[in-house]
Every structure is written in structure tokens, then in C-alpha cells.
Ligand binder design. Sequence first.
Ligand code: COA
Length: 266
Amino acid sequence: MSHEPASDSGVSVTRRGPFAIWTLDRPDRMNALSRAVLRELGRLARAAVRDEGLRGVVLTGAGEKAFCAGADLKERQSMSLEEVREFLPLYRASFGAIDALPVPVVAAINGVAFGGGLELALACDLRVMSRSAQVGLTETSLAIIPGAGGTQRLPRIVGLARAKEMVLLAQRLDAPTALAYGLVNRVTGEGESALDCALALIAPLAHAAPIAIAAALAALDAAADMPLEQGLSHERACYERTLDSQDRLEALAAFAEKRKPVYRGF
Ligand code: COA
């Protein structure tokens, strides 16, 4: 396991086999999102696209208290109105780069995830949550609104009625409620860390066929945005990407030979 310590960017990077672990590493600020952190997340996501051995990413926070307490409110206090306006597109670019990754990204919500912290988790494909953590889009309590995709991604995941309740009332949800809403895929077991829970969840991806996983992600990600007929055409186009892969032939051969397939990613 290699470890790249947190630089000034506030994100540390670890490798666990075919999985990358990106840790928001500013525990003294509850792992809040500074400009440097956002830029680094975007840089990591764009670089990960070229990493052929990568099969998944886990995004988590340092320490036990926070996954991410949202925008760095101390940094924000020192910013002019113009600077804040210029800063907001950085969320879209960096969270968008995470959203667009061709490998699954799982948020291991190890502690509180509020505001931009939850919005970051919403840009991931899967979410697991520590049983003692809390999550919420609490921005309206700070006289602003979710500005990093929360008003758009949250209703796609939990439905409009629940999203309205959460945002308008600035609710902080506990783990059982988040699980019941379908906001998180798993809650940690007794004594289990969010990171271990996330790694256990995505462990099967180590042996999965990467072209199929990327195609499935591309097809699923469009589901909420397209009318059915257009979506079915998009699914067909995504399917096409798998057809001339060697891995598809390997799957058929392995089935015939009653053995496990060995996928190689081409
Ligand atoms: N930005 C910058 N620093 C933050 C922060 C943020 N979003 N959230 C917490 N911190 C800092 C605190 O200022 C404090 O620093 P200090 O010791 O120098 O005063 C430190 O992290 C610990 O926070 P504290 O509030 O003392 O811990 P807590 O356990 O009592 O509460 C939270 C933790 C996250 C519940 C609370 O800090 C909070 O509500 N933060 C704001 C979260 C929020 O609304 N985010 C949405 C932003 S849009």
C-alpha cells in the first residue's frame, strides 16, 4: 500500500490494490472544502481517467468526526463577493470530474457531511455511512442554498418530496434515516469503519470487467436525464462498447468451460 501524504492541497492519496483512497485531510477544519482541496479533487479525478489499473475510488475524511463540513467557512469569510462568485464554478468542475469518472466512486462518510460535504458525496456513485454520522444540506440555515449540485442531485437520489424536506428545513439526518431514504447504500456494522465498509462493498470490482462497468455507469448516469425512448437508444450505444471486447469473449469461454472468467480490460 503506497501513501502520498497530504500536501498543502489537503487531500492525501493511498492505494489499496486496484482501489485509490482519497482522504480529505484537514481535521482541524472538519475536512472543509477550501479552494485548494477543490482544485486537488478535480486534478485527481482528471488524472484517474488515465490510470488503467484503477477499478474504483473511495473518498473519505480524516479522523472520526467529519467526512466534510462543507465549504471552508473561515476561508469564505475572507473572500470578496466577486471571489465567491468566481469560486462557485470550481465546485461544478471538480464534482463534475468525479461524477464523470469511468470507475465507480464510493463516498465513505465517516463523520458529519454537511452542505458541500454531502454534495460531494452525492456526486459519487455509491455512499456508505458510519452509524454515528449525520448528513444534511444545511445551507438554507446559513442564508444560502446548496450551490454544488445538491438541489439537482439530491432529488434524483431520494425523490423531490424528501429533498424538499431536507433542504427547506436544513435537516440533519442520522444513519438509519439516510439508509431508509436510499441516500446511502450501507451503514457500517458495529466496530466497522466507513472505509472498510466501502472497500468491502466495492471488493467485487477488483475482478469485474472494466469496459462493462464504465459502460453501465454511462448508461445509468443518463437515466434520470433522458426520456425513455432516448434513454433506451443511449443504453444501446453504451452496450455497443462492450461488444467487441476480448473480455466479453472471455466471459462466454469461461461459462462454457465452467470456470471463473479472468478479465483484462480490453
Ligand atoms: N469551515 C471551516 N472550519 C470549520 C467548518 C467549516 N465548514 N466546520 C467546522 N470548522 C472548524 C470549527 O470552526 C472549529 O475550529 P476552531 O476549533 O478553530 O474553532 C473546528 O472545525 C471544530 O468545529 P466545532 O464546531 O468546534 O466542532 P463540533 O463537533 O462542535 O461541530 C460541526 C462540528 C461540523 C457540526 C459544526 O462545526 C458545524 O455545524 N459546522 C458548519 C457546517 C455547515 O453548516 N456546513 C455547511 C457549509 S455551506
